[in-house]
Design a protein around this ligand. Structure first.
Ligand SMILES: [Zn+2]
Length: 48
């Protein structure tokens, strides 16, 4: 299988993860073409 180079087209996915019993929100940017993870950041939520 040959991996053809292409220009990544990022899509944003929101997900909930859990760390040490505490759920947190992450925003991930992945390529819609090759599913490669391009960026990931944690979104901090203010406690309501
Ligand atoms: Zn790609």
């Amino acid at each position: 299988m040959t991996l053809k180079r292409h220009k990544h087209s990022s899509i944003t996915i929101h997900a909930i993860r859990q760390r040490a019993g505490v759920p947190y929100h992450v925003e991930r940017k992945v390529c819609s073409g090759c599913q490669r993870l391009l960026d990931e950041k944690t979104i901090k939520r203010a406690a309501a």
